[in-house]
Design a protein around this ligand. Sequence first.
Ligand SMILES: NC(=O)c1ccc[n+]([C@@H]2O[C@H](COP(=O)([O-])OP(=O)(O)OC[C@H]3O[C@@H](n4cnc5c(N)ncnc54)[C@H](O)[C@@H]3O)[C@@H](O)[C@H]2O)c1
Length: 254
Amino acid sequence: MNLQGKTLVVTGASSGIGSEVARLARFHGARVIGMDRNDPMVSLAGFVRVDMADPASIDAAIDALPSRIDALVNCAGVSGMADPDLVARINYLGLRHLTEALAANLKGGAVVNIASILGAEWPKRLDAHKALAATAGFAEGAAWLKAHPVPQETCYQYFKEALIVWTKTRGYELFMQHDIRMNSVAPGPVMTPILGEFVQMLGEERVASDAARIKRPAIPDEIAPPVVFLCSDAARWVVGINLPVDGGIDAMYV
Ligand SMILES: NC(=O)c1ccc[n+]([C@@H]2O[C@H](COP(=O)([O-])OP(=O)(O)OC[C@H]3O[C@@H](n4cnc5c(N)ncnc54)[C@H](O)[C@@H]3O)[C@@H](O)[C@H]2O)c1
């Protein structure tokens, strides 16, 4: 994976998977700019503080980014223990706002969205996810969600499903119109600071049953390499896919 001379922007770069993606991309020669609400803990070529829940904060952050970006990794996210409105704003609407706003800077480049194995049931709600994907921007998406509220218990899963569907529908258009490759990566459980919240969110029973069927949770450096690959020219013909990186969980359901 040669990222020499490339500029990568990584949201959520201050912890967990995003931090590891930033470290690995830098190792492969990229100039990495992190975006997060918290200070970074790895060396970066640049850092821009942002609240991904707030379009005004995102717009201000964009002003501090270079005009030419080779890849954007949308990694910032919260668990379903947060308020559903906040989950929608951070995990979907804000991510989408940032990506659309950077489309001109990303021409010929790549976008990788961090989804989740918990978004695997997207085909069950395809029509709703396509309707949300078709909304024009942050405000219109928020209005659609007001008319179609998502319950707390399933909001994390819902917005990861929605992200996978948007990655495909918008990913196709972005490739055809702007030569931008957008894909998603769907990790299973990963040992990061947020993991405890996922355990709370899913409940002890579900977690015990899942744990009995998988080898172990991933560590972040098992998720970062496929993400970095999708950012690289080696993936130049990979468009609109959702890549499970989960130690076989997705395969288990077949
Ligand atoms: N850890 C897992 O088990 C797991 C599994 C599947 C998918 N994911 C997804 O991976 C992504 C990264 O999660 P992680 O496990 O590395 O968690 P993490 O908590 O270690 O990292 C999340 C990062 O996002 C940042 N962030 C959160 N809200 C923000 C906001 N409003 N504005 C700016 N930055 C914000 C945090 O500050 C943090 O640095 C998330 O999208 C998560 O849903 C995680």
